[in-house]
Design a protein around this ligand. Structure first.
Ligand SMILES: C[S@@+](CC[C@H](N)C(=O)[O-])C[C@H]1O[C@@H](n2cnc3c(N)ncnc32)[C@H](O)[C@@H]1O
Length: 230
């Protein structure tokens, strides 16, 4: 009953959403799109992203986070990778509506990160709310891709759900979002996986302490991980 009630409320709210919010509803709660957008550029700038850097946004979706990053970075320095082509198409419309096509971001659909080859090295690699939706083998493919494309002094940041070591959570599966799993893993699990690709991991802090404030505990308490070369 509660679920049905929530679904009805969502439908009523949807009637009043802006077209932008509806678009970004493809990648999360529509009413949170601006908070999620602002957090991404503010955080990346706070950890040193400069216009002349190259960055890749893994799972860039509708360019909810991508638009201000594309505006900030030099021409063609932003790369966006997305699994779902119809979602990236919405991102391209968003790019056009924001008059940013002249910044010529490189936008790619990729169904397999393990085989993705970009002829570039990135100072910043970024996956916002994406690794939490990757099964183990896809997370491994992602780290392989990161290890191939990360500049020597570069950083790969990803927010994740962390559970304590030793908690038994077969498949680490917590639920499903839009056909993707929602997973939690221990920090040790990430450390072991990263080491396979000569990467080390540091837990930077919870999202709330880094400026992400949605008042939704489950989201604000996610941890930001920084992967870098060993
Ligand atoms: C929660 S959304 C976040 C989108 C974007 N990072 C943002 O914050 O606006 C996660 C996105 O990652 C994409 N995704 C999931 N797995 C992926 C994969 N293996 N490769 C590329 N994109 C993926 C999904 O299609 C979805 O658009």
């Amino acid at each position: 009953m509660n679920r049905i009630f929530k679904a009805i409320i969502r439908r009523i709210k949807a009637l009043f959403l802006s077209s932008t919010a509806k678009r970004h509803g493809l990648v999360g709660q529509p009413e949170l799109w601006k908070i999620k957008r602002d957090f991404q550029i503010n955080y990346l700038k706070s950890v040193g992203l400069m216009p002349n850097h190259f960055m890749v946004d893994i799972g860039c979706g509708t360019l909810r986070g991508g638009i201000p990053l594309i505006a900030y970075l030099d021409k063609s320095h932003y790369y966006g990778i997305e699994f779902r082509d119809f979602v990236l198409e919405e991102g391209k419309k968003e790019l056009k509506e924001n008059n940013l096509e002249q910044k010529a971001p490189v936008l790619l659909v990729s169904k397999d990160l393990a085989t993705l080859e970009m002829n570039a090295k990135f100072e910043y690699m970024w996956a916002f709310s994406v690794m939490i939706h990757m099964k183990d083998e896809i997370a491994e493919a992602c780290l392989l891709m990161v290890s191939k494309h990360l500049a020597n002094n570069g950083s790969y940041y990803a927010n994740v759900n962390i559970i304590a070591d030793g908690i038994t959570n077969p498949d680490q599966l917590e639920g499903i979002w839009d056909g993707f799993p929602v997973v939690s893993r221990s920090l040790d699990f990430y450390k072991t996986m990263a080491a396979k690709f000569n990467l080390k991991v540091e837990d930077v802090g919870d999202l709330k302490s880094l400026g992400h404030n949605t008042s939704i505990e489950k989201q604000d308490s996610q941890r930001m991980l920084r992967f870098s070369k060993i």
